[in-house]
Design a protein around this ligand. Structure first.
Ligand SMILES: [Fe+2]
Length: 381
């Protein structure tokens, strides 16, 4: 008998969005809540509002989250969890706080802690999609390796998408996280696991980014732009959680493990080059388009770009990314991003090798050899 594959599209997290979304925290009243965040966030006006909403809860803070959380930070968070014995977790911050909370929750559950009365995430950036994904990345500081974790235990029950939580994100952070969201939508749209559901979310996410990302970069107090860019980032997160990512992320993780450049900034540098590679020669030369080139052309059309033919639509998508990147004053090469040219050059074989083994690389629509990845890395110098 032929074995049929059942396809699944998972929607687990309840999304509370809009200017009053923070009110959802009252659902934690009466509970013991461990708040996972960083030291800066504890003394912000946002945290005052959170405390107000949690007035009827017993709260404790783990506020030692560092950028790119490492094994030691996660261990310290787990210790806080085992000591306090919360029944709910609340992550507040960007990708680092969220990933730390996810890892702590997974290990806390494995240690028999209840933690079953709610896993809430309040993102303060619009980009990672981590609030709806089952992934987290922890860094091993000794080897600089990025250790990916994946578990249903790390999926949030509730994501609170309150635009007030991102109002104070500075322009550079808005640009980096916004470009990360754009790369999630584009990679999910062409990724190996893409489907009608993820396509719809990726398209809408990119349409919203086209309309609102640069606006929220130019004026952080433009709350209409903030609100829509915030939902756009989460949509892209649901899309890639259910489709795949690709070599933009494979390469970005690998570069980011060696050179300290913001993840979204790296993605913005890589995206046009990866699209050219994935579209293949046929995407740009004479002859019929590849299936992947057709996907890029369809996405370009979905965000309202026009061109004389399909091939030029692929180019138009690349040009659109470059335009958004330019408007947000983002670097176009790795050297513009502050990396030493000769040091980067000398590390290319090693970075390309690491990227071949990255979990995102497997989702790329076109297989990429180490040599081909090295060529992309050479092109971004
Ligand atoms: Fe990303």
């Amino acid at each position: 008998m032929e074995v049929q594959t059942v396809h699944r599209f998972q929607l687990t997290t309840t999304l509370c969005y809009g200017p009053e979304a923070l009110a959802e925290l009252t659902g934690l009243s009466g509970h013991k809540v461990l708040i996972v965040t960083d030291g800066f966030m504890v003394s912000t006006p946002l945290m005052d509002r959170v405390r107000e909403r949690l007035a009827d809860a017993t709260i404790e803070f783990f506020d030692q989250v560092q950028p790119n959380p490492d094994i030691e930070t996660v261990a310290a968070g787990l210790r806080a969890c085992l000591t306090f014995e919360p029944d709910a977790l609340l992550a507040i911050g960007g990708g680092s706080a969220i990933d730390t909370a996810k890892a702590v929750r997974k290990m806390g559950l494995e240690q028999g802690r209840r933690l079953t009365d709610g896993f809430y995430i309040l993102p303060t950036t619009s980009g990672t999609g981590s609030e709806v994904s089952s992934y987290a990345v922890v860094t091993d500081n000794k080897t600089h390796a990025k250790l990916p974790l994946e578990s249903r235990d790390m999926v949030a029950d509730v994501a609170i998408l309150d635009p007030e939580a991102v109002r104070t994100a500075p322009p550079k952070l808005t640009a980096d996280s916004g470009m990360d969201a754009i790369s999630h939508a584009i990679e999910a749209y062409v990724g190996k696991g893409h489907n009608d559901f993820s396509d719809a979310l990726a398209e809408k996410s990119l349409r919203l980014a086209n309309q609102y990302l640069v606006r929220s970069f130019k004026d952080g107090n433009d709350m209409q732009a903030r609100e829509h860019q915030h939902t756009a980032a989460t949509m892209a997160g649901i899309a890639f959680e259910n489709a795949a990512l690709g070599i933009v992320h494979g390469l970005s993780h690998s570069i980011g493990g060696t050179f300290h450049v913001a993840h979204g900034r790296l993605n913005g540098i890589l995206l046009p080059h990866v699209i050219e590679f994935n579209a293949g020669e046929l995407g740009f030369g004479p002859g019929a388009l590849t299936a992947t080139a057709e996907r890029y052309a369809a996405l370009a059309t979905a965000i309202g770009l026009t061109a004389a033919n399909q091939r030029n639509l692929v180019l138009a998508l690349c040009e659109w990314i470059k335009k958004v990147r330019h408007e947000m004053e983002m670097p176009t090469t790795i050297t513009e991003a502050g990396v030493d040219r000769s040091e980067f050059k000398s590390r290319i074989p090693e970075i390309a090798h690491k990227a071949t083994g990255d979990y995102c690389t497997a989702g790329n629509p076109v297989p990429a050899t180490q040599k081909q990845l090295a060529a992309i890395l050479t092109a971004i110098i």
